[in-house]
Ligand binder design. Structure first.
Ligand code: PMP
Length: 331
């Protein structure tokens, strides 16, 4: 039967590009606001593209043996994508979760049978144990060196999305070409947030090759919306990191300002307001980073110089994993 698919892997990518006509008018945008709806991927986020691409690359390179264990550091979405593909390919997955990740991310990973580890498992400060309370936060995150040492000790494969070339490659090969095709080869501005930077770097590289005049706007959490020792409880934008103004040695391989032309800081509260506005104008139910990117895309689309231009904004996931956060809890 030609209409059937036989694996969730076939459902990765080919996500819709939607013009937000109603929202665009309401927000007095001068440009066309085109939203890449990445929550249409099979586990609900943009990271399915990178997860599948990295898994394929690891298998091709012979780094993964049948039934082997994959280890990843993730804010959640990469882990959820890897968990789904690991399940159907017969691998085990262990995850070092970044601090501040929403409860839904932890619960989803647990549902897939993923082991949630923290720095104590990596450093051997206490015996490796299954985490019984998924909402427990460790005092700090494991460093990449600690995770790498843990993998050497246990014989697991460290996927390391922050330095894995198959991560941006996925977007160079799929996200960029899809946008180019769906806009009929007419993209003026790309707006996105960055976690590893894989999405932005890979997509921007492809689109710039097609249109050297492309403007890339990198959106980052405002300093008021970042976890600090003084403000350990501020609501954050899950899955993304600041890039501009961050010391060079703290940036990962693809998380670099160079591939963008401009940076816009967005507060978590501004993302929440935008999420409500677009929920009511279009019926779109967005995750926090999607709403933050959309807030910035509106600012860009209101500029007189962008009259009639095509502004593409990448919306990494939807609101389902944020219901436990303050995001949709008012009104
Ligand atoms: N938004 C969300 C919700 C994410 O989980 C991530 C990935 N951590 C991103 C944006 C950024 O994606 P990338 O790692 O490709 O920069």
């Amino acid at each position: 039967m030609a209409g059937l698919v036989h694996s969730i892997e076939e459902l990765v990518g080919h996500t819709p590009l939607m013009e937000l006509d109603r929202f665009e008018r309401q927000q007095r945008c001068k440009a066309h606001l085109l939203a890449k709806l990445e929550y249409f991927n099979p586990t609900g986020s943009v990271k399915d593209r990178a997860a599948l691409s990295m898994l394929n690359a690891a298998e091709e390179a012979g780094w993964l043996q049948p039934g082997g264990t994959i280890v990843e550091q993730t804010s959640g979405n990469t882990g959820i994508g890897l968990a789904a593909f690991a399940a159907e390919r017969g691998y085990r997955l262990e995850v070092f979760l970044e601090r501040g990740a929403s409860l839904e991310r932890r619960l989803l990973l647990q549902a897939y049978g993923v082991r949630l580890l923290d720095y104590k498992d990596a450093t051997g400060e206490r015996p490796e144990t299954e985490r019984t309370h998924p909402w427990q936060e460790p005092e700090r995150e494991a460093t990449l060196e600690e995770i790498a040492a843990y993998c050497r000790r246990t014989g697991a494969y460290f996927n390391n999305q922050a330095a894995n070339p198959a991560n941006p490659e996925a977007h160079y090969r799929t996200t960029g070409p899809e946008i180019w095709q769906d806009t009929e080869e007419n993209v003026d501005v790309l707006v996105c947030m960055a976690g590893t930077g894989g999405t932005g770097f890979g997509t921007a590289r492809y689109l710039r090759e097609q249109n050297p005049a492309l403007k890339v706007v990198l959106v980052q959490p405002h300093p008021d919306s970042r976890l600090t020792a003084e403000h350990p409880d501020v609501p954050i934008i899950d899955g993304v990191l600041p890039v501009y103004g961050v010391p060079e040695n703290e940036l990962s391989d693809y998380l670099r300002p160079e591939w963008s032309d401009e940076c816009i800081n967005v507060r978590t509260g501004e993302a929440y307001e935008t999420a409500y506005a677009v929920l009511h104008a279009e019926g779109l139910f967005l995750g926090t980073s999607a709403a933050a990117a959309l807030y910035a895309a509106v600012q860009v689309s209101r500029r007189p110089e962008n009259q009639g231009k095509n502004v593409v904004v990448i919306l990494p996931d939807n609101g389902m994993k944020y219901l436990s956060t303050p995001m949709y809890r008012r009104r």
